[in-house]
Design a protein around this ligand. Structure first.
Ligand SMILES: NC(=O)c1ccc[n+]([C@@H]2O[C@H](COP(=O)([O-])OP(=O)(O)OC[C@H]3O[C@@H](n4cnc5c(N)ncnc54)[C@H](OP(=O)(O)O)[C@@H]3O)[C@@H](O)[C@H]2O)c1
Length: 274
């Protein structure tokens, strides 16, 4: 099994390649090179966001790849700070213009609250009504063919339920941080039981896992790198991994995860703390 040839199927029937290339912290000036290299080496799923400031470079790579547009799955996101219907419409147009493509495959709400409020311990405001406004603009983008499917990112169970109970469209995806040591078991189980695909961002904990001494013997046992163990672990949880690298050798290696971590080793990894 080559992960680059495997898809998950979303609840609306759309296929999504099981491995995506993350592009956070890739400059627009470098994004075309990185994404072009990934596409040449079999990646067919690219994850960007308006907030990453690199949609122009990503779009250039997609358009210049020589691949059929339908064979590449492009995700972008409405910024966390955009919380009105009107602003969401502008954001969608801006992303399509930056990417210079006719449609995006998956559009996400980047976060349920503006970033400045995401990690506050005390919840002062829910943003439920605001997220429904943004969602309405996203539903319209699907109806007009600008977007194939819509989802969310960094949403809790309550924030997901706000959307599912108060709109006609269920999110097909919830993109959350998911890696060894940060597995969000309750949220992931809820999503998986309700037909919402979980995408795992930061499968290498933005590089931090790669320094973990405890992972080295496990990687050595399988004859792979720590990054390959980290990405494979995510996949074996039925979560779609989104590793990011700007280095060609890592981009290739991150897709070479055609091995199986045993049940016993998965159980050891499950107990590791982040
Ligand atoms: N929705 C959200 O709120 C959200 C938040 C964070 C991330 N994301 C998405 O998820 C993607 C992945 O998250 P992330 O950027 O934190 O990615 P990550 O894959 O967890 O970590 C990336 C870091 O690991 C290094 N790396 C990757 N593969 C490696 C390898 N095989 N060997 C050695 N080092 C390796 C990269 O180095 P080099 O780049 O220097 O090679 C980079 O420093 C993002 O790019 C973005 O698309 C979404």
């Amino acid at each position: 099994m080559n992960i680059l040839h495997e898809d998950f199927t979303l609840s609306n029937g759309l296929n999504i390649p099981q491995l995506g290339l993350g592009t956070w912290q890739i400059d627009d000036s470098d994004a075309e090179r990185v994404v072009s290299f990934a596409l040449k080496n079999g990646y067919r799923h690219i994850d960007t966001a308006l907030a990453y400031g690199n949609e122009v470079g990503v779009g250039n790579a997609v358009r210049k790849s020589g691949l059929e547009r339908e064979s590449i799955f492009v995700t972008t996101k409405i910024p966390a700070e955009v919380k009105t219907y009107e602003e969401a419409k502008v954001s969608i147009q801006q992303s399509l213009q930056n990417l210079n493509v006719e449609y995006v495959d998956l559009l996400l709400i980047h976060a349920p609250k503006p970033w400045s409020e995401m990690f506050k311990l005390e919840i002062t405001k829910t943003y439920h009504e605001e997220n429904l406004q943004v969602w309405k603009a996203m539903e319209e983008a699907v109806s007009s063919g600008l977007v194939k499917t819509i989802g969310v990112s960094n949403f809790s169970i309550l924030e997901l339920q706000n959307i599912t109970k108060n709109s006609n469209t269920k999110p097909t995806v919830n993109q959350v941080r998911f890696c060894i040591g940060d597995t969000k078991n309750e949220l992931v189980a809820y999503c998986q039981q309700n037909g919402i695909l979980v995408e795992g961002y930061s499968p290498n904990a933005t590089g931090q896992l790669l320094q973990k001494a405890e992972l080295q013997p496990i990687a050595a046992k399988y004859g792979v790198s720590v990054a390959q163990i980290a990405i494979r672990y995510v996949l074996q949880k039925n979560v779609l991994p989104l590793p990011k690298s700007v280095h060609e050798e890592f981009i290739v290696a991150n897709s070479q995860i055609d091995f199986e971590i045993t049940k016993d080793d998965m159980a050891i990894l499950d107990l590791m703390v982040g």
